[in-house]
Design a protein around this ligand. Sequence first.
Ligand code: ADP
Ligand code: MG
Length: 722
Amino acid sequence: GMTPRKNAITEITNRAPKSCKMPEPLTKIWATDVFSLTAMEEALSKNAFKAIKKTVQTGATLDSATADIVAAAMKDWAIGKGVKFFSHIFYPMTNITAEKHDGFIITNSDGGAITEFTGSLLIKGEPDGSSFPNGSLRMTNAARGYTAWDPTSPAYVMHTANGATLMIPSVFMSWTGEALDKKIPLLRSNKAMDKAAQKVLSLMGETEIATLNSSCGAEQEYFLVDEHFANARPDLLLAGRTLFGAPPAKGQQFDDHYFGAIPARVQVFMQDFEDKLYRLGIPAKTHHNEVAPGQFEIAPYYEAANVAADHQQLLMTLMKSTAKEHGFLCLLHEKPFAGVNGSGKHVNWSVGNATQGNLLDPGSTPHSNLNFLLFCGAVIRGVHKYGPLLRAVIASAANDHRLGANEAPPAILSVYLGTQLESVFNDIKEGKLLEKAKGGLMDLGLSQILQFERDPGDRNRTSPFAFTGNRFEFRAVGSSQSVSGPLVAMNTMLADSLNWIADKLEAVMAKGEDQTAAVITVLQELMELHGNVIFGGDGYSSEWHQEAVEKRGLKNIPTSADALPAFKEESIIKLFESTGVFSPAELASRFEVYSEQYILTIEMEAKLVVGMANTRIYPATIEYLDSLSSTATNLSKLNITISHNSIDEIASETDAMMAAVSKLKDALSLADFASTEAHMNHCADVLCPLMLEVRSHADALELMVSDDLWPLPKYQEMLFIK
Ligand code: ADP
Ligand code: MG
């Protein structure tokens, strides 16, 4: 018979590419499916529009009369687009989104039906949601969860195969008001950051200070694999990554005619995908990533963090569904293929407002340079003090494969500033700038310096956290992760540092020091305490790993099992409680949920390894051994021997593989663990190495067993999409 693998190759070879639609001009499709401020201005009275605009821009509460008016206008707008259902969309603690659809329809006593949508339906939903992970935040007797409209992120229409739905971005909380999602903490962290930044800016003599917000631009990497290959690989379908697969021989490629149609298919996919993004007001641009075959990247322009986070989730959802329409499986996993680069999500982050602009941009006046130094210093302190938190918010079974693997940032959190800015901070530390500062306002010329350094060629690609001219770029984030966790951590650590700076500035100024000298004095102390985290060298080198840990006291945290307990540390609990971002109970629930996800992921993979080895690889090798041995028997009857045959080697690899499978099975059956931490350690220290042991034998077999019999699509086949 034909193996699923051979079948897949035949299918793909004989397929014509999906035809390409003529692209629509951007101006014609831009944000047409979004109930944007522009759409609202058209649909609402002047007063109602003024009220909702204030809510959107400042988060001010909306009165119920206006909410009714907005709801009615939203409904009419949506019905005009063919919508029959509406849904609050929310962001549970897993990295996915959730929605519950409701019809606009209500019936009246005459048996007729009308459409209705009130302010209270818009504002609040009750999805129940008892099956969403809550990390013990809800007892079963209080299983009810509520969704509430977030007016600061625009509603939109989502087109699916069965029609169109009005989607209303929402928060998700327990009936006691505890955050069960990833949006509430993000909104709270913005608020904490704003409050602390206001204090610092007013100490700096700013008189008019608009609300500060954080911004995010996320670069998304992903792989595309033909669905026929994916369907023949249960590991890709269930785990999103290959649990088996020998590395392809260097330079080995399939003949071009096999897959000649594929690059065109990817282009058609991208165009279709971008078209959808534009209609939803997501400002995307795409480019091929050359690093790995079959891997691509898309990077929308940056937006307000809350909107960017919602858009990022939507982008991932659409990427998967659009890929499916084009016959691909879109892999957002951090490491789908061993030995080939994995996928990350660079989170570009800055903070600013309408009056002072981007505070991570040095600006052109000496005064704005001082503001910049303070905010930049605050980030340095944050990464140093809360490095383990930044590691914890990007911790997942999948991202562990990537971090520290010499292709992605190391699992040590350090900050890269660039040569010139680093030397400015070193001068501050050594007291060189304090002397000058005593003479009054000084011009550091930072905007010119950084203009010069903005050249991407000069950037350090090995740093997990890099300053890139007017923002920081958190590069260790995984491709499948929500950007919300990293943004919450960054905003909150910044809030904490700005609070610290405000207290110090106040104290120094009270002693009569002028503003410039006070800033430099505070930054000098900050650098003495936290300057150790700044590193401009090669983050992949073993010297750095040694220096970071032994000389600088930074932590190298390679696995999630080691990283996640940071959520239980006293300093982290205090950080989130003091800033009002997470209560201790909310934080504890994050530890529980993320740990559980880690454990579930690894146990699921281990089960898959056992299953695939038993039911796919073993039968293929046995079949091959059978034919080899009967050939040998027949040959020996003719007095012919092939002395250099592979029978013994294949037999012993098969035996070794099955021995490892049985060890893995035993390890999987352990159930009683003293703590969640112990359970995670079992996954990291026992299950993961055993999975690799099974794999090493299976991969060796893949290189020996007849190609005709091998059941799983091979790396060079799946990856040969360029
Ligand atoms: P690179 O690959 O060189 O890092 P890209 O242009 O691919 O750069 O992506 C950079 C990302 O950073 C984009 O999403 C961009 O919109 C975003 N970005 C630019 N300026 C800022 C800023 N001030 N704050 C946040 N994000 C920004
Ligand atoms: Mg980047």
